[in-house]
Design a protein around this ligand. Structure first.
Ligand code: FAD
Length: 604
């Protein structure tokens, strides 16, 4: 019988990105004993990769900004499928959370009069993103870690959670293993916060790192939690397309915020050709006006390159398909052109976008101050995730909370850039507070020892089958190809049906994986575990995308190319039936209070 190392907490936080750390700090401050588990080393979570900034209506650069504008922008960006309560709390609480980071030592870029500087980003009416050059996530993680470590949280690094444990209907903790030695661990807890980030690795081309295999969503689903909005996967318009070995790596929206423009192979700024009605009033009608906007002219409207990500990604896709793409299957993103307008433009670009300068120099031998980049869409962010209560972040499973990218609701059908980092701190903080309250109000849990042993035995089964079993890497690759080709930016019923069939076959193969070697740092073993989670996530995305028979936000259906007002009344919910089948249903949105409706009307 496999042995377990045992730990006991009031609150267990799974994930040490921005959301997890913020939750752990808050739960600790409320007096809870807190454990944090993460798959990689502390400081290596996805959040560290965030570049452009954190959205908060501080109004430092444009004093017309306030929570009402931010709320309306977020709802419009999400095509009104957002959980309005989350959008309201987020807009109201983000400024305070950014100031909190500053008080804990985060060194944001400054205005000339010493306030936190804010930059333009797609879909935000005013300059709203507080930033640290293009390394905002790094500063955020550094700050949260420095602050958090003094609150007494115990961190279990390089540990993968395999399963959530239940005590009747209530959460009782989690079990997993350490990746270094393969030893099993049990983290008993009265409340659990899932902050495991995204799912990008279910697709072939992605900006996400190896960790983002949708574990949290699959763990929650298996434990009985509902998932929501799974059809909405964000394809960021600008990922690197060349060299092929780095394809998918993100090119921050900050490039366009600083004046970068998109052109096709004919040199045309094609984004001016297709401006959605919802944004016509807010979009520049000349290149001149767009440039003035990026340079801070308050009377100018934003250039069409700063329309929402779903739209820009589709426009790029259209140019490439029409044969007007760049040599490696993207389009051109040019920031070097600003030399026509700005003296010392090279220094300016290097100062504003240092990571982008180095990224292209080192990976593609290209100097972005002199030449255009080649870019194309890349799988970037998951709007869908675990369905939670807007105020407390608790799921439908008592004691199970979720925050950050793993949770659904705030972003609806499409997330605005910068709204993730603010999501992490606003809702990480709330999840931590309410998890601590839950732990305080509920007694100890009992661990089901049999369940524990069953989980460990299943995890070790690939060793018993040995190298004769199915190759986990091949299954992962086949799944990524399937999702990329059949459930990507442009979707159609027949292809998604094909994808479902393929996922069924791949899931069956995933049950028969075999591996060689022992439990110490065995990447093959880790992959056998990842693919089980990726199957659940991929099936959920495909089923939700099939059910939503319209195009809205990040979901574009070639067979239903228009938005359908009837579908605008529903979220799609995924859950596990008693017999283990995946169920998909539509559920009516909660009616929005009149005062919030009024805010949206006023901002139109
Ligand atoms: P993450 O930071 O993704 O952390 C997840 C944690 O969960 C990790 O510690 C991981 O180890 C752990 N974990 C996962 N599975 C398990 C498991 N089974 N067991 C144990 N631990 C597990 N957003 C913005 O708002 N502004 C930006 O400028 C911006 N730029 C971005 C640039 C890039 C390149 C990328 C990829 C994303 C960017 N985003 C940006 C999005 C944003 O960074 C992410 O959405 C956000 O950081 C997610 O944070 P999180 O705390 O939810 O999860």
């Amino acid at each position: 019988m496999p042995e377990f190392q045992r730990f006991s907490y009031d609150v267990l936080v799974i994930g040490a990105g921005g959301a997890g750390l913020r939750a752990a700090i808050e739960a600790g401050a409320a007096g809870a004993k807190v454990g944090v588990v993460c798959k990689s080393l502390l400081g290596k979570a996805h959040t560290v990769m965030a570049e452009g900034g954190i959205a908060a209506a501080l109004g430092n650069v444009d004093d017309r900004d306030n929570w009402r504008v931010h709320f309306a922008d977020t709802m419009r960006g999400g095509q009104y499928l957002n959980n309005w309560r989350m959008a309201e709390l987020h807009a109201k609480e983000a400024p305070e959370c950014v100031c909190e980071l500053e008080a804990w030592g985060a060194l944001f870029d400054r205005t000339t009069d010493g306030k936190i500087l804010q930059r333009n980003f797609g879909g935000h009416r005013y300059p709203r993103l507080a930033h640290v050059g293009d390394r905002t996530g790094l500063e955020m993680i550094r700050t949260l870690q420095d602050h958090g470590i003094h609150t007494g949280m115990e961190v279990h690094m390089e540990c993968t959670v395999l399963s959530l444990l239940m005590d009747g209907d209530r959460i009782a903790g989690a079990c997993g293993y350490d990746r270094e030695k393969g030893r099993f661990q049990l983290w008993e807890a009265k409340a659990v916060v899932l902050a495991t980030g995204g799912i990008g690795r279910a697709f072939k081309v992605t900006s996400n790192s190896w960790e983002y295999t949708g574990d949290g969503l699959a763990l929650a689903y298996r434990a009985g939690a509902e998932l929501q909005d799974m059809e909405f996967v964000q394809f960021h318009p600008t990922g690197m397309v060349w060299p092929i070995s780095v394809s998918g790596i993100l090119v921050t929206e900050g490039v366009r915020g600083e004046g970068g423009v998109l052109r096709n192979s004919e040199g045309r700024r094609f984004m001016f050709d297709d401006i959605p009605d919802l944004y016509k009033e807010q979009t520049a009608d000349s290149e001149e006006e767009g440039w003035r906007y990026t340079q801070g002219d308050k009377n100018a409207r934003r250039p069409p390159e700063l329309l929402t990500r779903d739209h820009v990604a589709r426009c790029i896709n259209r140019e490439v398909k029409a044969g007007r793409g760049s040599p490696h299957g993207g389009v051109y993103l040019d920031i070097s052109w600003i030399k026509e307008r700005m003296p010392k433009s090279e220094e300016h670009i290097k100062r504003k976008l240092p990571s982008m300068y180095h990224q292209f120099k080192q990976l593609a031998d290209l100097d972005i101050t002199k030449e255009p980049m080649e870019v194309g869409p890349t799988t970037h962010y998951m709007m869908g995730g675990i369905r939670v209560d807007g105020d407390s972040q608790m799921s439908n499973v008592p004691g199970l909370f979720a925050a950050g990218e793993a949770a659904a609701g705030l972003h609806g059908a499409n997330r605005l850039g910068g709204n993730s980092l603010s999501d992490l701190v606003v809702f990480g903080k709330r999840a931590g507070r309410f998890a601590a309250e839950f732990a305080n109000a509920n007694g100890p849990v009992t661990i089901d020892e049999e369940e524990l042993q069953t989980t460990a035995t299943a995890a070790l089964a690939p060793f018993d089958r040995g190298p004769a079993g199915e190759n986990p890497y091949q299954i992962q690759y086949d799944l990524q190809e399937t999702m990329q080709d059949l459930v990507g930016i442009v979707r159609v019923e027949s292809e998604m049906q094909q994808a479902l069939e393929a996922i069924g076959q791949l899931s069956a193969r995933a049950e028969r994986t075999g591996i060689a070697g022992n439990r110490e740092y065995n990447n093959g073993w880790h992959t056998t575990i990842d693919i089980g989670n990726m199957m659940i996530v991929s099936e959920a995305i495909t089923r939700a995308a099939l059910l939503r028979k319209e195009s809205r936000g990040a979901q574009f259906r070639e067979d239903f190319p228009n938005k359908d007002s009837e579908w605008g009344k529903y979220n799609i919910i995924i859950s596990r039936s008693a017999d283990g089948e995946m169920q998909v249903e539509k559920r009516a949105l909660t009616p929005m209070p009149d005062e919030l409706k009024k805010v949206i009307e006023e901002m139109k």
